[in-house]
Design a protein around this ligand. Structure first.
Ligand code: AMP
Length: 314
């Protein structure tokens, strides 16, 4: 079916209601994006389409989460290609609102505050970023609540599957990439702490064949910078191998590998708890690694700030 583009919340509600009426009508998935879509986003869309009767992808470059106006201006906007990609994955609706639609009164007075989890790692170098990101994710999750454009009185069936959705309304799931691990952890906390009626689904990171995590910003790397950037995923894989072999992680030697690449300016490279993102106290140096953790890394390569991570399990 051709994808339908909507630009207002009212049209999103009525179009999603129309689709839910015409389909089995038991579940809706939301895939929030900022556009400039690539295979990583396609994977999110594919996962959502597999599990839901109706899938909405949002495309919105959120000014609130950019500290730097230049970065906001040069963020790639590729709507036609994005729509083609979403359509090829079977997404039903693309919601691409204007800034005016999302923030009709200008910047919102009341916002979501990410708290301490939003101040470390990415938050430390991008102050306010996660407050802005969570504020728009909160709004998008509300726009996407399924069934609110339908007449009342059980006009559609509800699935028997357990869901955090509103009873009597279709199940509701939202899809986020593991690539942005801190954002995913924060969205999970926001939804749990503030009782949003949606299930959050994390989708594993999609990489190019040489290991580089796909990102809309990779297009700003020169060939030489892109080659240099491969050291990030190599260093993460080194830790993964050691974890799989129950060896000490020896984070220092992996950090030294990154430091040996002159085009890469390392910001952080740590092994942390998956939920709290607090560094693991032990386990990384002499003792064999046991348990579950997340290796996280961020670096500047030329003009681009890159982040990556890998779950470790042993
Ligand atoms: P963005 O458009 O960059 O805001 O990303 C939208 C969603 O796509 C977020 O949930 C990201 O985590 C996810 N995403 C971005 N890159 C990848 C990737 N390489 N693999 C999986 N998900 C990704």
């Amino acid at each position: 079916m051709p994808i339908k583009l909507v630009t207002t919340a009212a049209d999103l509600r009525s179009e999603s209601a129309r689709l839910l009426m015409n389909k089995p009508g038991t579940s809706q998935g939301l895939v929030p994006t900022m556009g400039a879509l690539h295979e990583g986003h396609a994977q999110l869309a594919r996962t959502a389409v597999e599990k839901n009767d109706v899938v909405v992808a949002s495309i919105f470059v959120n000014p609130l989460q950019f500290g730097d106006a230049v970065d906001l201006d040069r963020y790639p906007r590729t709507l036609d290609a994005d729509l083609a990609l979403l359509e090829s994955e079977g997404v039903d609706l693309a919601f691409a609102p204007s800034v005016q639609e999302v923030y009709p009164g200008g910047e919102p007075l009341v916002r979501v505050t990410a708290g301490p989890l939003g101040e470390k790692w990415e938050g430390a170098s991008r102050p306010g970023h996660f407050d802005g990101a969570l504020t728009v994710v909160a709004k998008l999750l509300h726009y996407g609540i399924p069934g609110t454009g339908l007449p009342p009185s059980g006009a559609f069936a509800t699935s028997g599957a357990p869901s955090a959705g509103i009873p009597g309304l279709p199940a509701y799931r939202a899809y986020f990439g593991q690539k942005d691990a801190q954002q995913l952890a924060l969205v999970r906390r926001m939804v749990a702490d503030l009782n949003f009626p949606v299930d959050i689904v994390g989708v594993p990171t999609v990489r190019s064949a040489d290991g580089l995590a796909l990102s809309s910003r990779n297009r700003f790397l020169s060939d030489e910078q892109r080659d240099a950037a491969l050291v990030l995923s190599r260093a993460l894989r080194l830790l993964e191998q050691r974890a799989n072999l129950h060896e000490p992680l020896d984070l220092e030697s992996a950090q030294a590998l990154v430091a040996s690449q002159p085009l890469v300016e390392l910001d952080y490279f740590e092994v942390v708890d998956q939920g709290t993102l607090e560094p693991l106290a032990e386990n990384c140096r002499e003792t064999p690694f046991r348990g579950d953790a997340l290796a996280i890394i961020a670096a500047k390569v030329g003009p681009v700030r890159l982040i990556d991570n890998l779950p470790l399990s042993s």
